[in-house]
Design a protein around this ligand. Sequence first.
Ligand code: ADP
Length: 359
Amino acid sequence: MSAYAELIEKIQSAAGRMRDPETGRPLSKTGQLGAIDVSGTIATCTIKLSTHSAPVRDEYAESVVEAIRVAAPELTEVKVLVETLDRPPATIGQVGLTIKSVIAVGSGKGGVGKSTLAASIALSLEKAGATVGLMDADVYGPSIPHLLGLSGRPEIQNGKIVPIYAGRMPVMSMGFLVEKDQAVIWRGPMLHGAINQFLKDTYWGQLDYLIIDMPPGTGDIALTLSQMLPLSGAVVVCTPQEVALLDAVKAIAMFNKTQIPVLGIVENMSGFVCPDCGKQYDIFGRGGARDKATELHVPFLGEVPLNISLRQQSDQGGLAQALEEPICHAAMDRIVRALVRELARRAALAPISAPLPVL
Ligand code: ADP
């Protein structure tokens, strides 16, 4: 074999062994390894990734570069080009959704910023290039429409609910169906029915991610969801104080009981950087969630600092604009990358996803 052919083969096997972040399967097995060119000691390798992997696209390409460098140290330059792979989602669950990953965002108690984080995760995944939907299952206090500045009543077309769109993102919430400030009392079966309808009868289309804002604390909706479709997992939001962390531990226990894997913890309201003097004040403490995550062997996904303009803008429906600011953008970017990395880690461990048993 010529030295050139040998080099191509080394690159091919190093890149081909890398696991696709979405399916967990080697790139060589999924047709995601494209052309390899070598010119002198410079190699260019093309790979294909789906939009589901868009948030980790750059870091993944970097890891492929690294793998090739290790396999072929004689190369002086390695370039990995990423093309977009068109891979539509399969149908999941008994409700027949065409969604790749369904992620619940929960918390042990209210007021910790769970809805803010659910909407921010959805917006940040979309900004990174994924197709995303957002379902507000916090039927006791649906705040997603308010945070995103959305109003209107969903129309029914061909027996399906047409969601309200935040740009390209379909959003469904009880907030669109009940009058503002109206208290809603839910009986168990009605609650089950409403969640069922939100999932099954809403025209979600094809999505990489559906983010679900869960009601705080209670386990009934988690149970309903886990019976209806295979959830990829849950993100637990908490603040750094000890009492809030105890609630987060309860939320993790609740997800464990309903067989929903916990993908990680996010610490919200983690420190406050004074806009006037730039000094950091740890009002509720800081880092408690990271320690708790380590203790519970749950990934720590990141932290979002207390931010006055985040609160002011989201109270006026401008959460998407607030996320453009560098501090929020950097925090959310880290969180969604850690989240997608955790999904990739799980996909690699269990490449063939088994549906959850119906209880
Ligand atoms: P939950 O869903 O847990 O009840 P929300 O997402 O509705 O909490 O947030 C409660 C309040 O806290 C809202 O007014 C929101 O704007 C504010 N908030 C959330 N996260 C932050 C943050 N990191 N900095 C400043 N205010 C925040």
